[in-house]
Write a protein that binds this ligand. Sequence first.
Ligand code: 0RA
Length: 680
Amino acid sequence: MADANDELSESDTKLAPATSDGGDADLAPLESADGTGAHVDADYDASAITVLEGLEAVRKRPGMYIGSTGPSGLHHLVYEVVDNSVDEAMAGHCTRIDVSLLADGGCEVVDNGRGIPVGEHPQYAPLTAAEVVLTVLHAGGKFGGDGYKVSGGLHGVGVSVVNALSSKVEVDIDREGKRYFMDFADGGEPKTALDVVGDAPDDHTGTTVRFWPDSTIFDETRFRAQTLLERFQMMAFLNRSLEIRFRDLRPEAASADWTSYKYDGGISDFVRHINHTKEALFDTVGYFDAAEKDQEVELAFQWNTGFNNDGIHSFANGITTIEGGMHEEGFRKSLTNVVNKYAFERGILKDGKDDRLQGEDIREGLTAIISVRLADPQFEGQTKGKLGNVSIRSLVERATNEKLAEWLEENPNEAKVIVGKAVAASRARLAARQARDQARRKSALDGAGMPDKLKDCSSRNPDECELFIVEGDSAGGSAVQARDPRTMAILPIRGKILNVERARLDRMLKNNEVQTLTQAIGAGIGEEFDVEKIRYDKVILLCDADVDGSHIRTLLLTFFFRQMKELVEFGHVYIAQPPLYSTLVGKEKIYLKDEAAKDAFLAANPNHKEIFARLKGLGEMDWEELATTTMDRDQRTLLQVSVETAAIADEVFSTLMGEDVESRKHFIQTNAKDVRFLDI
Ligand code: 0RA
């Protein structure tokens, strides 16, 4: 997997224009755009080389542009293309985006926007604008225009990067009654120049981009439908009334039908959707917005009967800000002030007698979406998921001060239950503190003494340490023998840990397994969790490949997601993958990781009778087998748990662990086939 910071040389640290000499790019057309398709320009060859050198830089260091060449980078290509269409929608010219995964492994994105301009580009003339968009780095739809223009692309690197990392790209543009076409091969080399190929039907306008990811660049070029769907649903929520459709035309897909996302309620529908699997405290979803010259905020909120106080999901220019930032800060501060002011003014809390409600009390059960758009978003923090623009804090704070106060005045019944719930939460907070203090006195949570069950590793350098959480004592025993004792710690977990989705912290802290886990990881729990203090860089869940194993894994993931969120967000949680099958070849036992490995083995060994054994439990392997198939660093494969779309994950966890049995059944049925990401 390429890393954004690997081998970074001076000259590569900025997105350079498509020139390698550092001087002003002096670009001539790749080919004439006059419809003849012939290139007569004497400078053509030199210019084409210059452009291609720009794209070559992307191929040399893909990680710099798309983060990695693993699954995340692969899906990034799709987002980059779709983001351009979303920009066109935000400018008010596009109402629908259709994404298809093609039977041959390509991806097609169709929009009904204005179509990428086909005339000469003002700066890069005589190249056409369309050619510039496809071949010049950093030249998305952002040229020209007036006032502030925001763009969705996190990295804003543009379609040219997709071109550079694809074995083939085709573009259709419908504009001014004509249909134009051009295509590229092998990382951006033009095959045919932009040319009219016919008439656009009924004065239709729009852009179609088709691309095939380059298998020499990416670890794997297979898209995962569920990952794309989650992202498109999120985008549809954040762009009110924009319709995003998706279909999977690959032969192995369960269905080739369109899935359509379109929300006329925008982020209010998003809040309703998240709370759908929970029990809302009242029907109303609150909403307000505010705008200034070059920044704007939209906010939607509703409380549910649950106990989580991290239900605020924030976005900047359509991108998840998983670490929060200035927009969240402004909202949190104002929320606490406004609700306290309301409670004291109304006499629900008494001056001089009652304590002020704390922010976390008020946020208990709150689901809120904050979506801001601004001209120059500063993404900071460990995962570049924290918004740094100070000016937005003040806008969000002022808007919330004014408009949330108004909303409480106008909705007195809702206001009353909100304050009532916060008061109950503040009592539970005090009870939890007592429970925690008590536990601490027993030195249960402070990391001083380690739980008896933990077979710790000898290294004290967290960067090289791994904690295997193993289901059952007997598998735990094998894992202890199979491990590298210097860097691998083993913690057997027995039975099912408490379902944390349905318990407040005070009750949770009394649970043995919760105490043991917290102690072993050593970084606290809940609001006090501090990811800097973790004792292991990797926390690896090792569970059986059966229903019970999958249930325990889900409980553990839910626990980490709710109580040690940064552990998940910063990518410290992994799922070990014990093999699903074993078979005998002569006297030798062969392990096969999954269905695909089984199919490949049978294809390669047509005389092999059949694979009889499907491994059910870890217990069926002895320690040496466990070591070679599952734990050994050089031979194992781990799944890294990621929450790129945390708001959707929130809903997923509620669905799995919450009150609503019907939605849980539905989720498990619809996702049962697809087990590569969270494996739930
Ligand atoms: C530059 C300028 C304009 C539109 C676009 C780019 C554009 C790019 C993409 C990429 C995918 N779909 C797109 N749709 C539009 C403005 C065009 C005008 O002024 O007519």
